[in-house]
Write a protein that binds this ligand. Structure first.
Ligand SMILES: Cc1cc2nc3c(=O)[nH]c(=O)nc-3n(C[C@H](O)[C@H](O)[C@H](O)COP(=O)(O)O)c2cc1C
Length: 223
């Protein structure tokens, strides 16, 4: 009986030692990570954001900085700069916007030579229905008062002024014509332009001397 017990013990020992020999040998390869996998991102998935299921946050829009438009426009034609100078002073005193009537075909010094009756400006003034083309469109939108400046050519407003007034609607506007000249007065140029326009209230034109003082110009504006 003792012998049988000893054999059983030996057999048990032998089997348990056999398990020890089956352990794989250390190969030196990278160890298999045992940490838990990285936590899934908790942010809202893009697909969900795109579908708009997430609550939207309204971003208040900054009000755009827009300068209020003046109700006054100073429009002028000037072949040699005199009327331009006066127009700029009127715009500065009134806070009005400034716009130049630019001829599509600029006047050369030769065109303006009134000593030669065959030159362009003089021929145009002798042709009542001449309408020289204007290069750029001038918008009158939003204006209620329009100062309209020009030089006197042979006692009249240059024909390009007729092009301008006939091409615009002055309804609801007061138009204040003014001119410069060597010595001639404004005559009926303001009234004539008003008749050609057919809209708006055109006042009589005033000849403004190039050397007019600031106080005199201010007084004329207030009048
Ligand atoms: C073709 C032409 C005709 C002119 N006719 C007159 C005129 O009849 N009476 C006058 O006093 N000045 C006359 N001038 C002079 C201009 O009216 C004057 O120099 C004006 O101030 C010019 O203005 P601007 O420089 O804005 O063009 C004439 C000038 C030109 C070029």
């Amino acid at each position: 009986m003792k012998k049988l017990t000893a054999i059983c013990l030996l057999l048990t020992l032998a089997f348990s030692c056999a398990g020890c020999g089956s352990q794989p040998a250390q190969t030196g390869s990278a160890p298999v990570p045992t940490e838990a996998p990285e936590q899934a991102p908790t942010e809202t998935p893009i697909s969900e954001q795109e579908t708009g299921s997430a609550p939207e946050t309204e971003v208040a829009e900054e009000p755009a900085e827009t300068e209020a438009q003046s109700s006054i426009l100073v429009v002028y034609f000037s072949a040699t700069g005199t009327t331009r100078g006066v127009a700029e002073r009127i715009a500065a005193l009134t806070g009005g916007d400034l716009a130049e009537i630019v001829p599509a075909q600029p006047y050369t010094a030769e065109d303006l030579n009134y000593n030669d009756r065959s030159t362009r400006a003089t021929v145009e003034q002798n042709t009542p229905d001449a309408r020289p083309e204007i290069a750029d469109e001038i918008s009158l939108d939003g204006y209620t008062t329009v100062y309209l400046g020009y030089p006197i050519w042979w006692g009249q407003a240059p024909r390009i002024l007729s092009t301008f007034v006939e091409g615009h609607d002055f309804t609801g506007m007061t138009v204040i014509p003014f001119c410069t000249s060597g010595s001639s007065g404004a005559g009926r140029t303001g009234e004539t332009l008003g008749e050609q326009a057919g809209t708006g209230t055109f006042l009589s034109s005033t000849r403004l001397d190039v050397g007019i003082s600031e106080a005199e110009l201010q007084a004329w504006i207030e009048k």
